[in-house]
Write a protein that binds this ligand. Structure first.
Ligand code: CA
Length: 426
């Protein structure tokens, strides 16, 4: 599910972010506001401070009702949707959850690309071939990435969530962080209910309101969901054609470049300057080749493609060049771990080999408080890692690189446990 933690951060997120993200790994990814999955992450800010509500839930609902009616929602529909609805403590708990430890990226990928998921995906890809071809004609998005998204978001439609979306969103809009954001999602959900897209009287979804087989947030739903099977409903819950076409519509609008890879694994020369492994450093494939960066397997990609080099586990793990389509996947769910999983799962569905280099599985991951400590210690020696929030963003990565350069180590910007130990000995 959506990698709530990452929202609002972008691809500059480093490996640590990956780790954070992967905390939510097994859950379906959560589409966000403007992006299907996007919403959830943005919902979580660094601060967990939530002011006590000034209004009772009933008072708040009454004000919302006036606003909803002014926005065109039928009063009777509003009352039906809110009948018996109370704030859900489980939703608040989920929204506040900031785990100390999360799984490393390789464990996340193990789950995301399990042999069972790959096998199921291949069967479903063959089974839905006519639909997938029609979708490709309409939106220029190829089969594999759609099947991969379907698998990651809802385990191919088998896990779409059973929460009452109106209740979840009302809880978050009333009492969560980013109340304005959730309120807009709630109003969008009421519009979906009124449009009759769901054959059910209730909208069901994740605790954060992501709906259907591709887990669209309500505002994303209203903007990008399509009725592809022609039954008059944008039914992302029950219609696989609608769900896959809606995901294709979203990717198409996110700049999907059909026929080009999302990225590919590469080998780096022994004298490589690891400071180039940074999302802010983009070079053409020709330029990367001139630097000695070589694909592990044969690749069919335009030479003028711009790519950035990504080391999800630092210089001791696999390396990838990421192309524009990776950025399109990030618009679906702003987590580099998620996007990597989608890319690798797409490759597997296409019969391509998996990651060749070994992951550093014995490496110990930093927990949240250790990441905070790392940032504090980097600051104490004048390296300006930014706020000590446990999130490894561009500033922290730069500070880590500077420290690694000081030590004469590969400057990959990766916050390893070994590096923290070194800082402790200062
Ligand atoms: Ca339909």
């Amino acid at each position: 599910m959506p990698y709530l933690l990452l929202r609002g951060l972008n691809h500059t997120a480093t490996a640590c972010l990956l780790v954070l993200l992967s905390a939510c790994a097994e859950a379906p990814a959560q589409p966000l506001a403007s992006s299907p999955a996007a919403a959830v992450t943005s919902a979580i800010g660094p601060s967990s401070t939530v002011a006590a509500p000034l209004l009772s839930f009933e008072e708040w609902r009454s004000l919302l009702r006036s606003d909803a009616i002014a926005a065109g929602i039928d009063a009777a529909l509003f009352d039906r949707a809110f009948a018996g609805v109370t704030p859900d403590p489980k939703v608040i708990a989920a929204d506040s959850n900031q785990p100390e430890f999360s799984r490393p990226v390789w464990e996340y990928l193990d789950g995301a690309l399990s042999p069972l998921r790959v096998a199921q995906g291949r069967v479903l890809k063959a089974q839905h071939r006519p639909t997938l071809k029609a979708i490709r004609s309409a939106y220029a998005v190829d089969h594999e990435v759609l099947i991969a998204i379907w698998g990651m978001e809802s385990n191919f439609g088998s896990n779409i969530g059973s929460n009452n979306v109106i209740r979840s969103l009302a809880t978050l809009a009333f009492d969560g962080r980013r109340q304005a954001f959730w309120r807009s999602q709630l109003l969008a959900a009421l519009q979906i209910l009124q449009a009759g897209d769901s054959p059910s009287q209730k909208l069901v979804g994740s605790w954060a309101g992501a709906m259907g087989q591709t887990q669209f947030m309500p505002t994303t739903f209203n903007q990008y969901a399509v009725d592809f099977d022609g039954d008059g409903r944008r039914d992302l819950w029950h219609s696989t054609a609608d769900a896959l076409a809606s995901a294709a519509h979203y990717l198409h609008n996110s700049g999907w470049d059909n026929g080009q890879p999302w990225g590919f694994e590469v080998r780096l020369p022994s004298d490589f300057d690891y400071a180039l492994a940074d999302p802010e450093v983009r070079r053409s494939l020709v330029q990367w080749r001139a630097l000695g960066v070589k694909p592990v397997n044969p690749v069919d990609a335009r030479e003028d493609n711009l790519a950035s080099l990504f080391l999800p586990a630092g210089h001791r793990g696999p390396a990838f060049l990421l192309l524009n389509n990776f950025r399109s996947i990030l618009k679906y769910n702003n987590s580099t771990a998620y996007a990597l999983a989608i890319g690798l799962l797409s490759d597997a569905l296409d019969g391509q080999p998996g990651v060749q280099a070994a992951w550093p599985r014995s490496d110990r991951q930093l927990g949240r408080s250790e990441r905070v400590e790392l940032q504090e210690r980097l600051a104490s020696i004048g390296l300006e890692p930014g706020p000590a929030d446990g999130i490894i963003g561009a500033n922290t990565r730069k500070a880590v690189r500077a420290y690694q350069q000081r030590l004469g180590r590969p400057a990959d910007g990766y916050p390893s446990y070994e590096l923290l130990q070194q800082l402790r000995s200062h």
